[in-house]
Write a protein that binds this ligand. Structure first.
Ligand code: HSE
Length: 423
């Protein structure tokens, strides 16, 4: 029986999960891979007592790449410096590499794709996107016979957990974040989660596979959930929507839309019903039509499950190009500016109460060009908090209207986008 010897870099939540699965699911994994996996070396900032004392311990992760006994290096340390060095040193020493590092691949994916081809190697990164959901396999293999036209995705467990807690339990943002951290969902730096950066990293990876383009992280429009308030959630709820941090990809004649923002989604749509730390991806594919997949997007065992699946691929010699085509075939991504987005908009306006009693308030606010399709009001003493959903408009038109609001009538204004997945 073939033995595959593993060097595990990082003994945090996910590293522990990998170690646990390799022990508890040993027999199943051996049957499916015709190999035996053994962790022979680990590295972490400090020695952890759950790891067998016989296993070699390194303080410096790079030592794993130089250990002749290691066949596969698993990188779950995150970040873009040591992880990149470890990747390069591992490939140089002919080791296989598995990573959960979305930041590294989203920000430096093109040069990594070139390096992989130069060294005739491949890497597994199923764990980098949507935790336990096998979405990389779905995009690369399951939907190989399709052009992916659109997808809508919830890709950050921490944000979905926080928004769900705010919606269902009216929990304060900071407390909900603390709970997500305690459950091991959040990044080492949780601003990556709540500012939408982590979602954007994952979106970029899926988009590059979908469109055969170079990862274009720096060009994306990215907003997080840190400015979503309970008022927004309550108004959206009264209007029939939930707020989700949504990654959107659309292949349009004028270019690619790749965006991350908190969006209002009708409660009738399937993706709006995905709560807690669950992630979901709704894909519209040329031939397969709609695919909708839901699963745990973060956490110890779900993320480790994806890493171990990559180990099984290694054992069975299954490999693919990083973004599914040769790096020389990856085109520049032509990203559409957010000002050209077309869709409905949610406006939260604080309005003078006397003026709000006018019969045609929406017309007084928006004029002729923009129509309000729905409205809800929350009483605020001398003022009224209004939630409007407009008809479909270009974003620049909505921004122009906001700029020209009558300041005697509208005391404050904020907008969010409404997304219609049609599924
Ligand atoms: N911080 C990430 C999340 C972990 O909450 O989804 C999984 O990538």
């Amino acid at each position: 029986m073939k033995k595959i010897k593993i060097g595990l870099a990082g003994l945090g939540n996910v590293g522990r999960g990998v170690y646990e699965i390799l022990q508890k699911d040993k027999d199943l994994l051996t049957q499916r891979s015709q190999a035996q996996f053994e962790v022979v070396a680990v590295s972490a900032r400090s020695k952890k007592d759950f790891i067998d004392a016989q296993i070699k311990f390194y303080e410096n992760a790079i030592d794993l790449a130089n250990d002749a006994n290691v066949d596969v290096v698993i990188e779950v340390i995150g970040g873009d410096k040591v992880a990149k060095e470890l990747l390069e040193a591992s490939l140089k020493n002919n080791k296989k590499f598995v990573t959960a590092n979305k930041q590294l691949l989203a920000e430096q994916g093109f040069s990594i794709a070139q390096l992989l081809e130069k060294t005739n190697s491949s890497i597994g990164f199923e764990a980098a996107v949507a935790g336990g959901i096998p979405i990389i396999k779905q995009f690369k293999e399951g939907l190989a016979a399709n052009e992916i036209q659109e997808f809508y995705a919830i890709l950050n467990g921490t944000c979905n957990f926080i928004l769900t807690k705010m919606q269902n339990e009216k929990l304060d943002f900071a407390l909900a974040l603390k709970q997500a951290q305690d459950l091991g969902y959040a990044e080492a730096d949780p601003t990556f989660d709540i500012k939408g950066i982590d979602t954007a990293h994952k979106l970029v990876l899926l988009s590059s596979i979908a469109s055969a383009t170079k990862p274009a992280f720096a060009q994306l429009h990215v907003e997080g959930i840190d400015e979503v308030t309970i008022d927004d959630i309550n108004l959206a709820d009264a209007l029939g929507y939930k707020i989700k941090l949504l990654a959107t990809y659309k292949k349009l004649p004028e270019g690619l839309q790749q965006t991350v923002y908190p969006a209002l989604i009708s409660v009738k749509e399937k993706i709006a019903q995905v709560d807690d730390s669950f992630n979901a991806v709704m894909v519209k594919a040329e031939n397969a039509d709609c695919n909708f997949i839901v699963g745990r997007g973060a956490g110890k065992l779900p993320t480790a499950s994806a890493i171990v699946a990559d180990l099984v691929d290694i054992a069975l010699n299954r490999s693919s190009f990083l973004f599914n085509v040769k790096s020389e075939q990856l085109a520049e991504a032509n990203i559409i500016n957010i000002s050209q987005r077309e869709g409905k908009y949610f406006l939260r306006l604080l309005i003078n109460k006397e003026a709000a009693q006018k019969t045609d308030l929406a017309k007084a606010i928006f004029g002729e060009k923009i129509k309000a399709e729905k409205a809800q009001f929350l009483d605020r003493g001398d003022e009224v908090l209004c939630g409007f959903v407009t008809d479909s408009q270009k974003e620049e038109t909505v921004l122009e209207a906001i700029k020209n609001f009558d300041s005697d009538l509208v005391k404050s204004a904020k907008f969010l986008r409404v997304e219609e997945t049609g599924f």
